[in-house]
Design a protein around this ligand. Structure first.
Ligand code: PXP
Length: 239
């Protein structure tokens, strides 16, 4: 079964364009949970342009589903993780001024400093996932440095899907997921997944979690958040 973890960054982005707290990130999280979401994801960035550290602490107090916090493990980020101890921490190599996450880790150059961080987080009882491209060598290194899971960066899949040229790209995701699973790594996925491209992606066996933000919040403008979550859930768990 694939879990749906909803990324609430875009709710916070809208909230931050005024000073009086609407829409509420906490209320949005409640609605997602009521609709059956399996998890909530946030990505606090150093410039706090969407999720702020206060949001993370408030969410941690009220969540009754898995909490996934993603980001580049700066000291500021790691303080939040140590305080909150989410279910899962997804480490992402995004630069402080990145528009959005746009590539996976290069573990040849970064594995040595990530390894003790992964170990520490696991000792705190936090599941650790690494954001990766479909490169099989990177997947092997993720296992070697102790990750529990990988999150496949799905923007290239989503772009290929949009352009009707998904076949060869999709094969790379199948191979990557397969390799990771053979090595004992769980496989998550995220970025630009939406109501059109999700079903095919989830035909890859045993994708444990998809984290979806932008498209789902955009759909919520038309459908309402509760109904939008339900539509995504219908795709990932049709029965
Ligand atoms: N996974 C990671 C690591 C991300 O940074 C993001 C975007 O914040 C997502 C998944 C979700 O992507 P989207 O908002 O396109 O659904």
């Amino acid at each position: 079964m694939t879990n749906l973890s909803i990324n609430l960054n875009k709710v916070a982005l809208l909230r931050n364009s005024r000073s009086f707290g609407i829409p509420s990130v906490i209320k949005a999280a409640y609605t997602c949970i009521q609709a059956g979401a399996h998890g909530i994801t946030v990505h606090p960035r150093p410039d706090a342009r969407h999720i702020k550290s206060e949001d993370v602490y408030e969410l941690a107090k009220m969540l009754t589903v898995e909490f996934n916090i993603e980001g580049n493990p700066s000291s500021q980020f790691l303080k939040i993780i140590r305080d909150v101890k989410p279910t899962q921490c997804t480490l992402v190599p995004d630069a402080p001024n990145a528009f959005t996450s746009d590539h996976g880790w290069n573990l040849v150059t970064n594995g040595f400093w990530l390894k003790p961080i992964i170990q520490e987080l696991k000792e705190l009882g936090i599941r650790v996932s690494l954001f990766l491209d479909t490169d099989l060598n990177q997947i092997k290194l993720a296992k070697e440095i102790g990750a529990d899971r990988i999150e496949l960066y799905t923007e290239p899949y989503a772009t290929a899907f949009r352009n009707n040229e998904v076949k060869s790209v999709f094969q790379k995701y199948q191979q990557a997921a397969n390799k990771a699973q053979e090595m004992g790594l769980g496989v998550n996925a995220g970025h630009d997944l939406n109501l059109h491209n999700l079903e095919k992606f989830c035909s890859i066996p045993n994708i444990l979690e998809v984290s979806i933000g932008h498209a789902l919040i955009a759909d919520a403008i038309e459908l309402g958040l509760f109904n939008a979550v339900k539509e995504y859930l219908k795709i990932i768990s049709p029965n």
